[in-house]
Design a protein around this ligand. Structure first.
Ligand SMILES: [Zn+2]
Length: 501
């Protein structure tokens, strides 16, 4: 190395120069850091009235769309999920085998009606499209270029079916999931993602956004929601509650006149468990929620929100995840309760914070939520579940599925990465997405070792917080974190080539 001797003046200039460079670097890092923190998100502001006699939720939704894409838009597509519940819809909301459990009083229908769309004082042209009237097309007032925004308001009425589902009313709860028009995802080169509803899985895919929701409802009801309660007032038998939700990819509410609440502050998060009046296991359920939150905070990274609501509900499928809120079916047995609660809470990390297209790559969140549930029991041995046995049981269950389906139909499709509509049966969907999904994550852990596996999970969570992942970005992230090339290994699982012994 060559040593350079500077005279005093050059030293002084150099010092100033060096100082300027350091300041510039600091400013640059601050700005890029802030830029990452401050990517503007679209907002949904809703002002709603729930009419319990008509079983309708109506009002206005002001959307400020911020164009974070590389594309110019003259129109937007929005999902009208409640139209999956209308009479004559081709997409089934439950499989025919489950209809009796889903409809307690016989077949019932619901829908969403869009009364008008306006922007800056002008009525906008809109149309309801799709085979099930499942898409709303809104012609924007002007072209919206990257980084620009536009605000428009949709007036709508959603009518609920009498169904034990994520949207609908039953004996104990009124479940308000996916009740409003939400902007379809846009993928460069592919356009808007307008996938139909499906009875398998959770057919949703969305960007994180900010929400402000005001709802008026009968004051003898209690409200649980994805938001943080800002204020609430009661007058003439109705309650008006205002909530906000920041950086969440959907907004769900549940109303009930039969809720009994237990809550606890855990670190920065208030956990609220909503059971039914007369339940004697509120504290037990709250403890499961706390254990799950602490375990996943530790294993994956901190839950970034101030509240988490775990809500018992009349819901047909075990549980259902929404940002900051999960539904737990009142059908779940005491033996399965911890498993279901933990699985749904795991979705706060995998689906909620790290999002993915649940319609086309469901294994990404379901497989990891299942494996996270195994990790929970591995780390909380007081629950008396042997995580190794759980994996062995999953393996046997998957092998039995392959054997039986092969013998009955001659062949079986075990590919994992396909649209919900491409799974031939519900067992095929469950086995390929959940069971094979958890086995895949366990196989990755076996291949790379615990240290690298958990490092990779933490980095994956960090890198994709509030974003959406694809199978390719998942593989790239794990390759980077572990230092292994896992692509062909993971692909052999996804495309059904691997033979699991
Ligand atoms: Zn799940």
């Amino acid at each position: 190395m060559k040593k350079i001797i500077l005279n005093k003046k050059i030293k002084f200039i150099s010092t100033i120069f060096l100082f300027a460079i350091i300041i510039s670097i600091v400013i640059f890092l601050c700005l890029t850091g802030l830029k990452q923190e401050e990517i503007a998100l679209s907002t949904y502001k809703m002002d709603l009235i729930y009419d319990n006699d008509k079983k309708t939720l109506s009002g206005s939704e002001e959307i400020t769309f911020i164009n974070n894409y590389d594309n110019m838009f003259t129109y937007l597509y929005l999902h009208l999920y409640p139209n999956a519940f209308r009479e004559g819809a081709s997409a089934m909301v439950v499989s025919s085998a489950e209809e009796n459990n889903a409809y307690p009083e016989g077949i019932s229908y619901g829908d969403i009606e869009v009364q008008g769309v306006a922007s800056e004082g002008e009525n906008l042209t809109f149309s309801v499209e799709g085979v099930d009237k499942n898409i709303l097309k809104v012609e924007l007032l002007r072209e919206v270029y990257p980084d620009e925004s536009i605000t428009f308001t949709i007036d709508f009425t959603t009518t609920l079916a009498n169904i034990n589902h994520r949207l609908g009313y039953g004996a104990n709860t009124i479940n308000l999931g996916n009740f409003y028009p939400i902007i379809c995802m846009y993928e460069s080169g592919k356009g808007f993602k307008t996938d139909l509803y499906h009875s398998n899985g959770d057919p949703f895919y969305s960007e994180c956004a900010n929400y402000e929701v005001t709802i008026n409802y009968p004051s003898n009801y209690t409200l649980a929601s994805s938001g943080e309660l800002i204020n609430s007032s009661t007058e003439d038998g109705t309650t008006t509650s205002c909530m906000t939700g920041t950086k969440i990819r959907d907004f769900c509410m549940v109303l009930s006149n039969n809720f009994s609440l237990a809550s606890k502050q855990v670190g920065n998060t208030t956990i609220q468990y909503y059971g039914y009046n007369g339940d004697t296991n509120l504290d037990t359920c709250l403890q499961i929620c706390e254990d799950a939150l602490l375990t996943f905070n530790n294993l994956f990274g901190e839950y970034p929100y101030s509240q988490l609501s775990v809500v018992k509900a009349n819901f047909i499928h075990g549980g259902m995840e929404y940002p900051n809120l999960v539904l737990i079916s009142d059908d779940v047995s005491n033996d399965d309760l911890a498993y279901v609660i933990v699985h749904e809470i795991a979705h706060q990390w995998w689906y909620g914070v790290v999002g993915n297209d649940e319609n086309n790559h469901a294994w990404l969140d379901e497989g990891l939520a299942e494996y996270s549930t195994i990790l929970f029991f591995e780390n909380n041995t007081s629950y008396g579940e042997d995580s190794k046995s759980m994996i062995e049981n999953s393996l046997q269950s998957y092998k039995t599925f392959v054997r039986i389906f092969t013998s009955v139909t001659g062949s079986v499709d075990t590919s994992m990465d396909r649209p919900l509509s491409n799974f031939n049966t519900e067992p095929e969907y469950v086995q390929c997405t959940y069971t094979k999904g958890l086995l895949l994550f366990d196989a990755i852990r076996d291949s790379v070792g615990d240290k690298k596996f958990f490092k990779a999970l933490k980095e994956y969570y960090q890198e994709f917080s509030f974003k959406n992942v694809t199978p390719a970005t998942f593989i790239a992230s794990f390759n980077h974190s572990t230092g292994y090339d896992l692509e062909s290994f993971i692909m052999s699982w996804l495309n059904g080539e691997v033979v699991i012994e």
